[in-house]
Design a protein around this ligand. Sequence first.
Ligand code: ADP
Length: 528
Amino acid sequence: MTPVRISIVVFLLSLLITQVIAFKIAGTEKANEQLLVEQEAVNVKTKLLESLNHSITATRILAYLMENDLVDENFTSVSRELVAQNPFIDALQYVVGSSIVDTYPREGNEPTIGYRVMEQRSHKQGAMKALERGDLYFEGPIELIQGGIGVVGRYPVIKNGDLYGFSAVVIHLETIYSALSLDSSGITGRFIYQIYKQEDGSPIPFFTNDELFESGLVHSGFIPLGNWNINVKLSNPSYLWQGLVISGAGLLFSLLLALFVAYLASEPKRLQELVDKKTSDLEKSKIQLEDYNTRLRQSNSELENFTRTISQDLQEPLRMISSFMRQLKKKYGDTLDGKAHTYIDYAMDGAENMRLIILDLLVYSKIGQNMDQRKSVDLNRLVGNLEIELKKIISENNASITYPDLPEIYGLEYEIHLLFQNLITNALRYRHPDRSPEIAISQNGTDSVWKFGIADNGIGINGEHFEKIFQVFQRLHTEGNYRGTGLGLAICKKIVEQHSGNIWVESEPGKGSTFYFTLKKEAGAGQG
Ligand code: ADP
C-alpha cells in the first residue's frame, strides 16, 4: 500500500471513530439537558401546586361557612385570618347566585362588590367548570375588574342539592411570580417558562415572553386545577455545540494523524529511494570506471602493440637501407662523386636517427607498466654504475660528476636508472663549447619527498622553453652536433610522474641549467 493510501485509510478510520464519539457525547449531553428541563418543569409545577393548595384550603373553609349560613357574620374575620396565613392569596370573596356579595380585603376591591359574575360569558364558563369538577377551578389569567391581571379560583357551594354560589380566591400574577421565584418575563439565565390555558382561543399567558415551545429542549406539564399547560425550555442547550466542537476536533485530529502517518509511511520509502539512487549512481560510476579502465587498457595495449610493431617492422627496412647504402658505397664508391657520397651519408644518418627514435618511443610507451615491481634502489650504486657506463663520453669531454651521499629510494630501478642517465647524458651533450662539463648532483627534500638536482655548466636554456622541452619531440638545438630524438626529457617526466613527483628546470642561457625532480617517499623506501 502506498503512503497516500495508508494515510487516507487512517484518516477515514479516525474520522469515523471521532465522529461516533462526538455523536455519542452530544447524545448523552442532550439526554442530560433534557432531564434537567424535566426536573425544572416538575419543580415549577410543584411550586405552583403548593401555592395553589392554600387556595383550596381557603375556598373550602369559606364554602363550609356558606353552606352553614355562617358566612355573613364571619366572612371578614375568617378571610382576614386565611389571607394572613396564606401568602399566595390576594383576596377571598363569596358569590351567591350570580353576584359577588363580598370581597376581602375590601380596600382596592370595591368594584367587585355586587359584580354579576354569571352574566359574563367567560366567567360563567369558568364557574361551570368548577361545578362540573365539583371542586376548585381557576379561571384566567384575566383582566380583573378591580385592576391588574390574575386568576380567580371558584369552589362551588351546593345547598339542598342546588348550586347556591361560589367561594372564590383571587391571585394576582405578581403573587404567582413570587411563588415561582420568577419575574414577569418568565426567563432566567438557563430556562424560559410559560403557562397558559389550554382550551381558550388566545388566552392571556402567565409570562410576557413570546417564546415558542414546539422545538428545542422543552418539557410540558398539565395542571387540571386551571387547565393550564406548563412549559419549560432550556434557553441555551449546549449539547449541539459540544458535539460540533468534538466533531471539529476529531476532524482536525484525523487530518493531523493522517499527515503524520503519511510522513512516517513515506520515510522508509524516501530513504529507500535515496539509497537506491546512491546505489545506482555508484553502480553507474563503477561501470563508467570499468569502461574507462577497459578503454585505457585497450589503448595502452594498442599503443604498445603499435610501438612494438613500428619498432620491429620499421627496424628491418631501416637496417636494409643502411646495409644497401653501405654496399653501394663499397661497390661503387670509386665511381661515385663527392656529392653522391654525401647523400649516401645523409641517408645512413637518417636511418640511424629513425632507429633511435623508434627505440626511445618503445621505452616511452613502456614506462609505468611494472610499478608493482618497485623496490629499494641504492642511488649511490646507481650513479656509480652510470659513471662506468658513460666513462668513455665523460673522459672524451673531460667532464666531472660530483654527488653527495645519496639515499636509497623506493621505485622501479630500471626507470630511475633511465632518469639519471638521460639527465646526465643531456648535461654532457649540451655542454658549452668553451669549457669542460661540470655536473653536480644535489639532494635534499622534506619529510614526504626527495628532491634531487642535476646541475651543469652547459649552454643553458631560454626561459620561454622551460615547459616545452618536457613534451615529446620538442628539441631546441637541432643544428650542429646535438643529435637526439626529442624524447629524453619526455621520458624523464613520465618516469617522475609515475613515481608521484614533479620535474622542472631552472637555467640561464650561456651559464648552465639545473634539472630538479622530486620523488615521493613511500612505504618501504629507504630514508638515506
Ligand atoms: P634531445 O636531447 O633528444 O633533443 P630531450 O628531450 O632530451 O631531447 O631534450 C629536449 C631539448 O631540451 C633538447 O633538444 C635541448 O635543446 C634541451 N636540453 C635538454 N637538456 C639540456 C641541457 N642540459 N642543457 C641545455 N639544453 C638542454
